[in-house]
Design a protein around this ligand. Structure first.
Ligand code: HEM
Length: 392
């Protein structure tokens, strides 16, 4: 036992969380933060077990690390539900999010990526997050649920308002609630409009939502909640992963050169950045019954954080875990979670990142990052930069 202290809201911790996680894995792997009344699991085996044991580690009321929303978000999102409610809703969308299905969005993704990169080719400057990552994933998700390009800017704006966090903010703000309510109003009207119009512009996901509603498999509130969930789940994590990938390729010039020499390694390189520095940091759960882990008892009703990015650097699982090795080829990371709630957008996110880096590295293989301009997001949930400015 040691006196390692980890506060997931602490800005110093966000700057570089890995030494804190290592200290916990070495000395206090099942850690309790009294002030936050939060348990943290940091070892790969324990995080895996918790993802798998959904009867003990419940998602209802538990995915966030604190319960500060006070009922401000009335439309149910299935990420915060458990079977059978979760199963009923997830199975509507899972068949539409396979690699084969998301391949249909590749053309649009590539077009959008190329047009976002184009202005930088004239200036010789590109912020991987602010100029590129911040736009692309949200526009792709919007397209997925049938939001036309003319509405994408405002939908992105509301989604940004919903997830925006001031420095040190741990409670939900007015801006967050307003963003949420605007999204809800928009998707309410969007679903109603397309239900009345029929055709649904052949968007698979929107049609599935409307069918599910009409067959009473899903309520209208749940359909609205699902649209909001897709907008936020698919947005910030993908945005940040683009920045993390650009950063690690620059920080490890030998690995970047290897990728330039062997472009076939791109998919493995993406898995490696997901493992080494994935963008989903901690996912919460509520414990339904007392459970003992490594000699400590976590009581029913406790909140637990599953520290994904710590598990993905567990030295008992991954040899030389701090090394960025694009040929490692391990897919045993949990960057997309694991089990019942594992990321529904994983295939989409992988496709988006691949397309972005195919287009980027073809045009700007030897970019330099301005280290002084790097800015880290301060969030207990998401890991990554808000700014990754580069020149070339
Ligand atoms: C790099 C990008 C992404 C990362 C790191 C990521 C990470 C995750 C993680 C860790 C979970 C598990 C949550 C839990 O166990 O409670 C999750 C769930 C989910 N993700 Fe992603 N995600 C990404 C991109 C996306 C995209 C692009 C979409 C959709 C458009 C998406 C939609 C979802 C949904 C709907 C869930 C809930 C699944 C369920 O509860 O059954 N994600 N994601």
């Amino acid at each position: 036992m040691t006196n390692v202290h980890l506060d997931p809201y602490d800005h110093a911790f966000h700057e570089n969380p890995y030494p804190y996680y290592k200290a916990l894995r070495d000395h206090d792997p099942v850690y309790y933060n009294e002030e936050r009344r939060l348990w943290l699991l940091t070892k790969w085996d324990d995080v895996r077990m918790a993802f798998r044991d959904f009867k003990t580690f419940r998602s209802e009321g538990g995915v966030a690390l604190d319960d500060s929303s006070g009922g401000a978000f009335p439309f149910p999102m299935f990420i915060t539900s458990d079977p059978p409610d979760h199963t009923r809703q997830r199975q509507i969308f899972a068949p539409l999010m396979t690699p084969e299905k998301v391949a249909g969005l590749e053309g649009y993704t590539r077009e959008r990526a190329v047009s976002l990169i184009a202005p930088s080719l004239k200036t010789g400057r590109l912020d991987f997050v602010a100029d590129l990552g911040a736009f692309l994933p949200m526009d792709v998700v919007s397209t997925l649920v049938g939001v036309p390009p003319s509405d994408q800017d405002k939908v992105r704006g509301w989604a940004d308002d919903l997830i925006f966090r001031e420095d040190k903010q741990s409670q939900v703000s007015n801006r967050n609630v307003t963003g949420y309510m605007e999204l809800a109003k928009y998707f309410d009207a969007h679903i109603n409009h397309h239900r009345a119009a029929g055709g649904y512009e052949d968007r698979g996901l929107l049609r599935a939502l409307i069918n599910a509603e009409q067959q009473a498999v899903m309520s209208h509130s749940e359909a609205i909640g699902t649209c909001i969930l897709l907008a936020i789940a698919g947005n910030e994590t993908t945005t940040k992963l683009i920045g993390n990938m650009a950063y690690h390729l620059w920080k490890n010039p030998d690995q970047r050169q290897l990728l330039l020499d062997k472009p076939d390694l791109l998919e493995k390189a993406i898995e490696e950045v997901l493992r080494l520095d994935g963008s989903s940091q901690i996912i919460g759960r509520m414990v339904a019954k007392d459970i003992e882990i490594r000699g400590k008892t976590i009581k029913a009703g406790s909140r637990v954080g599953l520290c994904i990015i710590s598990a993905n650097r567990d030295e008992d699982k991954f040899p030389n875990p701090d090394k960025f090795d694009i040929a490692r080829g391990s897919r045993d990371h949990m960057a997309f979670g694991f089990g019942l709630h594992s990321c529904l957008g994983a295939a989409l996110a992988r496709m988006e990142i691949r397309v972005v880096f195919e287009e980027l590295l073809r045009r700007i293989p030897h970019y330099e990052i301005e280290e002084a301009g790097l800015k880290m997001a301060h969030s207990p949930n998401v890991r990554g930069f808000t700014n990754v400015p580069a020149y070339f």
